[in-house]
Design a protein around this ligand. Structure first.
Ligand SMILES: Cc1ncc(COP(=O)(O)O)c(C=O)c1O
Length: 430
């Protein structure tokens, strides 16, 4: 299926040489009017607040860890400009693995691959799609989800992204999840991407929901389906409530069952506040998988990297490696996380006080960079435009009903003003 936006571009190019020579992928490709395009509008008009950005921003500048900043001038020529190895600097990979175990203690006695460096989490997901998804295949994802999943899965790979309803009124919708997984299991193969803390909702399952998710996956594996779970942990570690899962799902799925194959997608992008570094990691885990299997998977991955970006950024890997070896980085990260947590607490209190609002219902949220409103009786796009034009506040309309607000990019002192305006604008529209 060709998206209408792709159709428009194809029409613009009609009759030209490039237009007549577009490949099937070239014909399908377009630039969605999603987060990036809405973000560009907010940059122009969101004078009071630009709550579109998936970064941690303070006083209009992105936060940067001092341990990272100070390494910029310290690199040797090799660290700065030499080609990196296809799956990354071995020392960086080993240190990331060591820290994965420190952050996820359940991994300490488990056997999983050495993380491979990819040029950002987006490309990691795209490479997984190259390796494991083709026309006719289905990837399950939550609804709502990060909009780029659809562009990668449907447009790039010509496969199908099927979304299950993520929430009940109060938390993770285990019934919808189980139904979607069981339906796919009938085909013999379940592929699923799960992202926690989640974009756009800002939700992480509770400990008991996480156990239940693993059990549902093990049950279909028990009945014979091959189950592949991609854990998109982009926002790992940004948890603001005590009862939510502290470890990645990957910790439990990587040795849960012979028929379950888990992949962890993570990196310094959000965890270490290094968005533009364009480095991330893919880590593989499966109960029966041996070094021999991980080596083969690694070589497959190397093929997709070599044939696209070729390798990841050397200076970014070198700076991150130096920063990670500096014992001060942990305290700095805690300080930044506290900034986000304090914003979360303000938003939480404001939204809780409007629990029964007729037009705006906050989806469950407890972690990460974002929270999301479900709009009742108005469209999220109308609300986004009103906020932008009348209140100079940039937000994201994820689809017709969900409005995403990135509290990670709103300074503490204007949170009340921004959220008051959001409710007021919704009331004016209704
Ligand atoms: C859920 C999720 N996964 C992956 C990414 C991509 O991260 P990166 O910037 O490392 O490509 C994002 C970025 O917004 C995200 O929100």
């Amino acid at each position: 299926m060709i998206n209408p936006l792709a159709q428009e571009l194809n029409s613009s190019l009609h009759g030209t040489v490039p237009g007549e020579m577009l490949s099937d992928l070239g014909l399908r490709l377009f630039f969605p009017k999603g987060i990036i395009a809405q973000g560009a509008e907010a940059k122009k008009l969101g004078k009071l607040a630009n709550a579109t950005i998936g970064m941690a921003v303070s006083n209009e500048s992105p936060l940067i860890l001092p341990t990272i900043q100070k390494e910029f001038l310290n690199l040797t020529s090799t660290e700065a400009v030499a080609y990196a190895q296809t799956v990354g600097n071995p020392e960086f990979r080993a240190l990331w693995k060591e820290q994965l175990i420190a952050k996820n203690p359940s991994l300490s006695d488990k056997y999983f691959s050495l993380p491979a460096v990819v040029p950002g989490l987006t490309s990691g997901i795209s490479y997984l799609c190259d390796l494991f998804l083709q026309e006719g295949d289905v990837l399950l994802a939550a609804n709502p989800s990060w909009d780029n999943y659809a562009l990668i899965v449907e447009t790039r790979r010509n496969a199908s992204l099927q979304q299950f309803t993520l929430f009940t009124e109060s938390g993770f919708n285990l019934d919808a999840f189980e139904k979607a997984v069981k339906e796919q299991a009938k085909t013999g193969k379940v592929r699923i991407i799960l992202n926690f803390p989640q974009n756009p909702s800002g939700y992480t399952p509770t400990e008991s929901e996480q156990v239940a998710i693993c059990k549902i996956l093990c049950d279909v594996a028990d009945k014979g389906a091959n189950v592949m779970v991609w854990c998109d942990d982009a926002y790992f570690g940004l948890n603001y409530e005590d009862n939510i899962a502290k470890e990645s799902l990957f910790s439990f799925l990587c040795d849960a069952h012979e028929k379950i194959f888990a992949v962890k997608i993570d990196g310094p992008t959000k965890e270490d506040f290094a968005w533009g570094f364009r480095i991330g990691f893919l880590t593989f885990g499966g109960k029966d998988l041996t070094e021999h299997h991980y080596e083969a998977l690694n070589k497959k991955l190397m093929g997709t990297i070599r044939s696209s970006a070729s390798c990841s950024s050397s200076p970014a890997q070198s700076i991150m490696l130096r920063a990670m070896k500096n014992p001060e980085i942990e305290a700095e990260k805690i300080k930044f996380r506290k900034i986000l947590e304090s914003r979360y607490k303000k938003v939480r209190a404001f939204v809780d006080a409007k629990k029964d609002h007729a037009i705006l219902t906050a989806l469950p949220f407890n972690s990460g960079y974002f929270m999301c409103f479900k709009c009742n009786g108005i469209t999220s796009e109308d609300l986004r435009l009103k906020l932008l034009n009348d209140y100079e506040i940039g937000t994201i309309a994820i689809d017709d009903v969900h409005l995403r607000v990135a509290f990670s990019s709103i300074d503490d002192d204007i949170i009340t003003q921004v959220y008051s305006a959001i409710y007021k604008a919704a009331e004016e529209l209704a």
